[in-house]
Design a binder for this molecule. Sequence first.
Ligand SMILES: Nc1ncnc2c1ncn2[C@@H]1O[C@H](COP(=O)(O)OP(=O)(O)O)[C@@H](O)[C@H]1O
Ligand SMILES: [Mg+2]
Length: 338
Amino acid sequence: MTGTDMTGTEPPGAKTAPPLLEIDRLSVRLPADRAARPILDEVSLHVAAGETVGLVGESGSGKSVACRSVLGLLPDGARVEGQVRVRGRDVLTLDRAGLRELRSHRAAMVFQDPRASVNPLHRIGDFLTEGLRAAGTPAEQAVARAERLLDAVGIQDPRGAMRRRPHEFSGGMLQRVVIAAALAGEPELLIADEPTTALDVTTQAEVVAVLTRLQAERGTGLLFVTHDLELAAAVSDRIYVMYAGRIVETGATDALFARPRHPYTAGLLACTPRIEPDAPPPRPVPGRPLSLAEAAPGCAFSARCAFAEARCSGERPALRRHGEGLAACLRADEGILP
Ligand SMILES: Nc1ncnc2c1ncn2[C@@H]1O[C@H](COP(=O)(O)OP(=O)(O)O)[C@@H](O)[C@H]1O
Ligand SMILES: [Mg+2]
Protein backbone atom coordinates (compact mmCIF):
# COMPACT_ATOMS: atom_id res chain seq x y z
CA MET A 1 0.00 0.00 0.00
CA THR A 2 2.92 2.36 -0.40
CA GLY A 3 3.01 5.27 -2.81
CA THR A 4 4.45 3.93 -6.02
CA ASP A 5 3.91 6.31 -8.87
CA MET A 6 3.87 5.50 -12.57
CA THR A 7 7.63 6.12 -12.63
CA GLY A 8 8.35 2.48 -11.82
CA THR A 9 6.60 1.20 -14.93
CA GLU A 10 8.15 3.58 -17.44
CA PRO A 11 11.50 3.38 -19.20
CA PRO A 12 14.24 5.54 -17.71
CA GLY A 13 14.18 9.05 -19.03
CA ALA A 14 10.52 8.83 -20.06
CA LYS A 15 8.32 11.72 -19.04
CA THR A 16 6.65 10.66 -15.79
CA ALA A 17 2.87 10.70 -15.49
CA PRO A 18 1.41 13.59 -13.49
CA PRO A 19 0.37 12.70 -9.91
CA LEU A 20 -2.91 10.82 -9.52
CA LEU A 21 -4.84 13.32 -7.38
CA GLU A 22 -3.83 16.79 -6.27
CA ILE A 23 -6.30 19.07 -4.53
CA ASP A 24 -4.54 22.41 -4.42
CA ARG A 25 -5.79 25.16 -2.08
CA LEU A 26 -9.42 24.41 -2.81
CA SER A 27 -11.89 26.90 -1.36
CA VAL A 28 -15.63 26.49 -1.85
CA ARG A 29 -18.33 28.98 -0.91
CA LEU A 30 -22.06 28.51 -1.30
CA PRO A 31 -24.40 31.43 -1.79
CA ALA A 32 -26.81 31.32 1.16
CA ASP A 33 -29.31 34.16 0.75
CA ARG A 34 -27.08 37.20 0.37
CA ALA A 35 -24.03 36.19 2.40
CA ALA A 36 -21.94 33.55 0.69
CA ARG A 37 -21.31 30.70 3.13
CA PRO A 38 -17.82 29.21 3.19
CA ILE A 39 -17.57 25.41 3.16
CA LEU A 40 -13.92 24.67 2.39
CA ASP A 41 -10.92 26.93 3.01
CA GLU A 42 -7.68 26.25 1.10
CA VAL A 43 -7.85 22.49 1.33
CA SER A 44 -4.80 20.76 -0.17
CA LEU A 45 -4.34 17.03 -0.34
CA HIS A 46 -2.81 14.49 -2.65
CA VAL A 47 -3.06 10.79 -3.33
CA ALA A 48 -0.36 8.95 -5.30
CA ALA A 49 -1.04 5.93 -7.49
CA GLY A 50 -1.50 2.84 -5.35
CA GLU A 51 -1.56 4.82 -2.10
CA THR A 52 -4.28 4.65 0.56
CA VAL A 53 -4.97 7.99 2.19
CA GLY A 54 -7.40 8.65 5.04
CA LEU A 55 -9.51 11.80 5.36
CA VAL A 56 -10.88 12.11 8.89
CA GLY A 57 -13.08 14.59 10.73
CA GLU A 58 -16.37 14.96 12.52
CA SER A 59 -19.63 15.40 10.66
CA GLY A 60 -19.92 18.72 8.81
CA SER A 61 -16.17 19.29 8.45
CA GLY A 62 -16.38 19.26 4.65
CA LYS A 63 -15.11 15.77 3.83
CA SER A 64 -17.91 14.95 1.40
CA VAL A 65 -17.71 18.30 -0.40
CA ALA A 66 -13.96 17.79 -0.82
CA CYS A 67 -14.51 14.27 -2.21
CA ARG A 68 -17.27 15.27 -4.55
CA SER A 69 -15.13 18.04 -6.00
CA VAL A 70 -12.82 15.34 -7.37
CA LEU A 71 -15.59 14.07 -9.63
CA GLY A 72 -16.74 17.58 -10.52
CA LEU A 73 -19.83 17.17 -8.32
CA LEU A 74 -19.91 20.47 -6.44
CA PRO A 75 -23.25 21.94 -5.33
CA ASP A 76 -25.02 24.23 -7.81
CA GLY A 77 -23.90 27.83 -7.57
CA ALA A 78 -20.72 26.98 -5.66
CA ARG A 79 -17.95 29.53 -6.01
CA VAL A 80 -14.64 27.80 -6.21
CA GLU A 81 -10.99 28.81 -5.96
CA GLY A 82 -7.98 26.55 -6.29
CA GLN A 83 -7.56 23.43 -8.38
CA VAL A 84 -8.44 19.76 -8.36
CA ARG A 85 -6.14 17.84 -10.70
CA VAL A 86 -6.51 14.18 -11.65
CA ARG A 87 -3.45 13.05 -13.63
CA GLY A 88 -2.66 16.70 -14.18
CA ARG A 89 -6.03 17.75 -15.64
CA ASP A 90 -8.02 20.34 -13.74
CA VAL A 91 -11.38 18.73 -13.00
CA LEU A 92 -13.07 22.06 -12.28
CA THR A 93 -12.58 23.26 -15.86
CA LEU A 94 -13.49 20.01 -17.66
CA ASP A 95 -16.32 20.03 -20.18
CA ARG A 96 -19.00 17.32 -20.29
CA ALA A 97 -16.92 14.94 -22.38
CA GLY A 98 -13.95 15.43 -20.07
CA LEU A 99 -16.09 14.75 -17.00
CA ARG A 100 -17.52 11.63 -18.61
CA GLU A 101 -14.03 10.32 -19.33
CA LEU A 102 -12.94 11.17 -15.76
CA ARG A 103 -15.88 9.36 -14.18
CA SER A 104 -15.81 6.33 -16.44
CA HIS A 105 -12.08 5.54 -16.33
CA ARG A 106 -10.08 7.62 -13.90
CA ALA A 107 -11.99 8.15 -10.69
CA ALA A 108 -14.98 6.50 -9.01
CA MET A 109 -16.75 7.04 -5.73
CA VAL A 110 -18.53 4.85 -3.20
CA PHE A 111 -20.99 6.66 -0.94
CA GLN A 112 -22.18 6.04 2.60
CA ASP A 113 -25.60 4.61 1.84
CA PRO A 114 -25.53 1.89 -0.82
CA ARG A 115 -29.32 2.07 -1.26
CA ALA A 116 -29.02 5.67 -2.43
CA SER A 117 -26.59 4.60 -5.18
CA VAL A 118 -28.83 2.05 -6.89
CA ASN A 119 -32.20 2.22 -8.59
CA PRO A 120 -34.43 -0.01 -6.42
CA LEU A 121 -36.39 -1.18 -9.47
CA HIS A 122 -33.45 -2.28 -11.58
CA ARG A 123 -31.75 -5.64 -11.43
CA ILE A 124 -28.20 -5.70 -10.10
CA GLY A 125 -27.00 -6.92 -13.48
CA ASP A 126 -28.37 -3.82 -15.22
CA PHE A 127 -26.81 -1.58 -12.57
CA LEU A 128 -23.41 -3.21 -13.08
CA THR A 129 -23.44 -3.36 -16.86
CA GLU A 130 -24.98 0.01 -17.74
CA GLY A 131 -21.69 1.92 -17.44
CA LEU A 132 -19.82 -0.71 -19.45
CA ARG A 133 -22.52 -0.77 -22.13
CA ALA A 134 -22.52 3.02 -22.34
CA ALA A 135 -18.75 2.87 -22.85
CA GLY A 136 -19.27 0.51 -25.81
CA THR A 137 -18.59 -2.91 -24.27
CA PRO A 138 -20.67 -5.60 -26.06
CA ALA A 139 -23.51 -7.04 -23.91
CA GLU A 140 -22.03 -10.51 -23.46
CA GLN A 141 -18.64 -9.16 -22.41
CA ALA A 142 -20.24 -6.66 -20.06
CA VAL A 143 -22.19 -9.45 -18.33
CA ALA A 144 -19.11 -11.66 -18.02
CA ARG A 145 -17.17 -8.72 -16.63
CA ALA A 146 -19.91 -7.85 -14.12
CA GLU A 147 -19.99 -11.45 -12.89
CA ARG A 148 -16.22 -11.43 -12.38
CA LEU A 149 -16.51 -8.18 -10.41
CA LEU A 150 -19.25 -9.62 -8.18
CA ASP A 151 -17.04 -12.60 -7.54
CA ALA A 152 -14.12 -10.29 -6.72
CA VAL A 153 -16.13 -8.45 -4.05
CA GLY A 154 -17.20 -11.74 -2.47
CA ILE A 155 -20.76 -12.13 -3.74
CA GLN A 156 -21.63 -15.81 -3.98
CA ASP A 157 -23.44 -17.08 -7.07
CA PRO A 158 -22.69 -13.97 -9.17
CA ARG A 159 -24.90 -15.18 -12.00
CA GLY A 160 -27.94 -15.46 -9.73
CA ALA A 161 -27.10 -12.14 -8.08
CA MET A 162 -27.20 -10.38 -11.46
CA ARG A 163 -30.92 -11.20 -11.71
CA ARG A 164 -31.84 -9.97 -8.23
CA ARG A 165 -33.00 -6.52 -7.18
CA PRO A 166 -31.48 -4.30 -4.47
CA HIS A 167 -34.05 -5.12 -1.76
CA GLU A 168 -32.95 -8.76 -1.89
CA PHE A 169 -29.50 -7.77 -0.57
CA SER A 170 -28.43 -6.78 2.93
CA GLY A 171 -26.75 -3.39 3.33
CA GLY A 172 -23.29 -4.95 3.46
CA MET A 173 -23.86 -7.10 0.39
CA LEU A 174 -25.31 -4.16 -1.50
CA GLN A 175 -22.27 -2.03 -0.61
CA ARG A 176 -20.11 -4.80 -2.14
CA VAL A 177 -22.20 -4.53 -5.31
CA VAL A 178 -21.68 -0.75 -5.33
CA ILE A 179 -17.93 -1.26 -4.91
CA ALA A 180 -18.00 -3.71 -7.83
CA ALA A 181 -19.78 -1.10 -9.96
CA ALA A 182 -17.24 1.55 -8.96
CA LEU A 183 -14.43 -0.74 -10.11
CA ALA A 184 -16.09 -1.61 -13.43
CA GLY A 185 -14.33 1.19 -15.30
CA GLU A 186 -10.96 0.19 -13.77
CA PRO A 187 -10.50 3.58 -12.13
CA GLU A 188 -7.03 4.64 -11.03
CA LEU A 189 -8.58 6.41 -8.05
CA LEU A 190 -11.35 5.22 -5.76
CA ILE A 191 -12.95 7.59 -3.28
CA ALA A 192 -14.81 5.83 -0.49
CA ASP A 193 -16.89 8.36 1.45
CA GLU A 194 -17.79 6.74 4.79
CA PRO A 195 -18.44 3.46 2.95
CA THR A 196 -19.18 1.54 6.14
CA THR A 197 -20.89 4.14 8.34
CA ALA A 198 -24.39 2.83 7.53
CA LEU A 199 -23.41 -0.80 8.25
CA ASP A 200 -23.21 -2.82 11.46
CA VAL A 201 -19.78 -3.40 12.96
CA THR A 202 -19.14 -6.94 11.67
CA THR A 203 -20.25 -6.02 8.17
CA GLN A 204 -18.10 -2.87 8.36
CA ALA A 205 -14.99 -4.95 8.90
CA GLU A 206 -15.85 -7.22 5.96
CA VAL A 207 -16.48 -4.33 3.58
CA VAL A 208 -13.24 -2.62 4.65
CA ALA A 209 -11.39 -5.90 4.04
CA VAL A 210 -12.88 -6.14 0.54
CA LEU A 211 -11.88 -2.55 -0.25
CA THR A 212 -8.31 -2.87 0.98
CA ARG A 213 -7.79 -6.22 -0.75
CA LEU A 214 -9.03 -4.87 -4.08
CA GLN A 215 -6.96 -1.71 -3.62
CA ALA A 216 -3.82 -3.79 -3.08
CA GLU A 217 -4.54 -6.21 -5.95
CA ARG A 218 -5.35 -3.52 -8.47
CA GLY A 219 -2.97 -0.80 -7.32
CA THR A 220 -5.84 1.67 -7.14
CA GLY A 221 -5.25 4.92 -5.28
CA LEU A 222 -7.76 5.03 -2.43
CA LEU A 223 -9.05 8.07 -0.58
CA PHE A 224 -10.80 6.59 2.44
CA VAL A 225 -13.10 9.01 4.25
CA THR A 226 -14.36 8.37 7.75
CA HIS A 227 -15.16 10.09 11.05
CA ASP A 228 -13.35 7.21 12.78
CA LEU A 229 -9.63 7.89 13.17
CA GLU A 230 -8.94 4.33 14.32
CA LEU A 231 -10.54 2.90 11.17
CA ALA A 232 -8.64 5.37 8.97
CA ALA A 233 -5.40 4.33 10.66
CA ALA A 234 -6.13 0.65 10.06
CA VAL A 235 -6.27 1.13 6.28
CA SER A 236 -4.25 4.26 5.43
CA ASP A 237 -0.61 5.04 4.71
CA ARG A 238 -1.18 8.72 5.41
CA ILE A 239 -3.98 10.68 7.05
CA TYR A 240 -5.46 14.14 6.69
CA VAL A 241 -7.46 15.48 9.64
CA MET A 242 -10.11 18.02 8.76
CA TYR A 243 -11.95 20.46 11.00
CA ALA A 244 -14.47 23.13 9.95
CA GLY A 245 -13.52 23.10 6.27
CA ARG A 246 -9.74 23.10 6.76
CA ILE A 247 -6.99 20.50 6.96
CA VAL A 248 -5.62 20.89 10.51
CA GLU A 249 -3.07 18.09 10.52
CA THR A 250 -1.56 15.59 8.12
CA GLY A 251 1.20 13.03 8.25
CA ALA A 252 2.14 9.38 8.01
CA THR A 253 -0.35 7.27 9.96
CA ASP A 254 2.18 5.88 12.45
CA ALA A 255 3.65 9.29 13.27
CA LEU A 256 0.24 10.89 13.60
CA PHE A 257 -0.84 8.20 16.04
CA ALA A 258 2.38 8.16 18.02
CA ARG A 259 2.62 11.91 18.31
CA PRO A 260 -0.34 14.05 17.22
CA ARG A 261 0.56 17.76 17.04
CA HIS A 262 -2.92 19.25 16.83
CA PRO A 263 -5.18 19.13 19.91
CA TYR A 264 -8.07 18.13 17.64
CA THR A 265 -6.21 15.05 16.40
CA ALA A 266 -5.32 14.23 20.00
CA GLY A 267 -9.00 14.68 20.89
CA LEU A 268 -10.11 12.28 18.17
CA LEU A 269 -7.56 9.73 19.42
CA ALA A 270 -8.73 10.12 23.03
CA CYS A 271 -12.36 9.50 22.09
CA THR A 272 -11.62 6.15 20.44
CA PRO A 273 -12.13 3.14 22.73
CA ARG A 274 -8.90 1.15 23.17
CA ILE A 275 -8.44 -2.52 23.94
CA GLU A 276 -5.26 -2.39 26.08
CA PRO A 277 -6.15 -3.24 29.72
CA ASP A 278 -4.45 -0.17 31.24
CA ALA A 279 -5.79 2.27 28.64
CA PRO A 280 -7.77 5.29 29.86
CA PRO A 281 -11.51 5.25 29.12
CA PRO A 282 -12.57 7.08 25.93
CA ARG A 283 -13.24 10.79 26.36
CA PRO A 284 -15.35 12.61 23.78
CA VAL A 285 -14.06 15.88 22.35
CA PRO A 286 -16.03 18.46 24.39
CA GLY A 287 -18.54 20.69 22.62
CA ARG A 288 -19.97 20.21 19.17
CA PRO A 289 -18.23 20.51 15.81
CA LEU A 290 -18.51 23.88 14.07
CA SER A 291 -18.91 24.46 10.37
CA LEU A 292 -16.50 26.85 8.69
CA ALA A 293 -19.33 29.41 8.42
CA GLU A 294 -19.72 29.45 12.24
CA ALA A 295 -16.02 29.44 13.08
CA ALA A 296 -14.16 32.28 14.83
CA PRO A 297 -11.67 34.27 12.75
CA GLY A 298 -8.68 32.50 14.30
CA CYS A 299 -8.38 28.78 14.91
CA ALA A 300 -11.81 27.20 14.38
CA PHE A 301 -11.08 24.59 17.05
CA SER A 302 -10.12 27.15 19.73
CA ALA A 303 -13.68 27.23 21.15
CA ARG A 304 -13.35 23.53 22.09
CA CYS A 305 -9.63 23.36 22.77
CA ALA A 306 -8.32 22.76 26.30
CA PHE A 307 -5.02 24.41 25.31
CA ALA A 308 -6.41 27.55 23.66
CA GLU A 309 -4.93 30.92 24.61
CA ALA A 310 -6.37 34.36 23.89
CA ARG A 311 -4.39 34.67 20.63
CA CYS A 312 -5.85 31.41 19.26
CA SER A 313 -9.27 32.90 18.54
CA GLY A 314 -7.77 35.92 16.75
CA GLU A 315 -4.85 34.57 14.77
CA ARG A 316 -5.44 31.82 12.25
CA PRO A 317 -2.68 29.21 12.41
CA ALA A 318 -1.13 28.23 9.08
CA LEU A 319 -0.43 24.59 8.28
CA ARG A 320 3.28 24.29 9.15
CA ARG A 321 5.81 21.51 9.23
CA HIS A 322 6.24 19.89 12.64
CA GLY A 323 8.37 16.76 12.73
CA GLU A 324 7.51 14.75 9.63
CA GLY A 325 3.98 16.09 9.21
CA LEU A 326 2.07 19.37 9.03
CA ALA A 327 -0.15 20.90 11.69
CA ALA A 328 -2.15 24.12 11.95
CA CYS A 329 -1.80 25.01 15.63
CA LEU A 330 -0.07 28.06 17.10
CA ARG A 331 1.12 25.90 20.01
CA ALA A 332 2.18 22.80 18.05
CA ASP A 333 5.85 23.26 18.99
CA GLU A 334 5.29 23.75 22.69
CA GLY A 335 4.86 20.09 23.60
CA ILE A 336 1.49 20.86 25.21
CA LEU A 337 -0.05 17.50 24.41
CA PRO A 338 0.48 14.73 26.94
N1 LIG B 1 -25.33 20.88 -1.32
C1 LIG B 1 -25.13 21.62 -0.22
N2 LIG B 1 -25.84 22.73 0.01
C2 LIG B 1 -25.64 23.47 1.13
N3 LIG B 1 -24.75 23.19 2.07
C3 LIG B 1 -24.00 22.08 1.92
C4 LIG B 1 -24.15 21.23 0.77
N4 LIG B 1 -23.28 20.21 0.89
C5 LIG B 1 -22.63 20.42 2.08
N5 LIG B 1 -23.05 21.53 2.68
C6 LIG B 1 -22.54 22.08 3.97
O1 LIG B 1 -21.13 22.03 3.91
C7 LIG B 1 -20.57 21.65 5.16
C8 LIG B 1 -19.70 20.43 4.97
O2 LIG B 1 -20.52 19.33 4.62
P1 LIG B 1 -19.97 17.88 4.26
O3 LIG B 1 -18.89 17.99 3.24
O4 LIG B 1 -21.14 17.05 3.92
O5 LIG B 1 -19.33 17.41 5.65
P2 LIG B 1 -18.86 15.95 6.11
O6 LIG B 1 -18.88 15.07 4.92
O7 LIG B 1 -17.49 16.16 6.69
O8 LIG B 1 -19.83 15.52 7.17
C9 LIG B 1 -21.74 21.45 6.10
O9 LIG B 1 -21.89 22.62 6.86
C10 LIG B 1 -22.92 21.23 5.16
O10 LIG B 1 -24.10 21.68 5.76
MG1 LIG C 1 -19.88 13.30 4.57
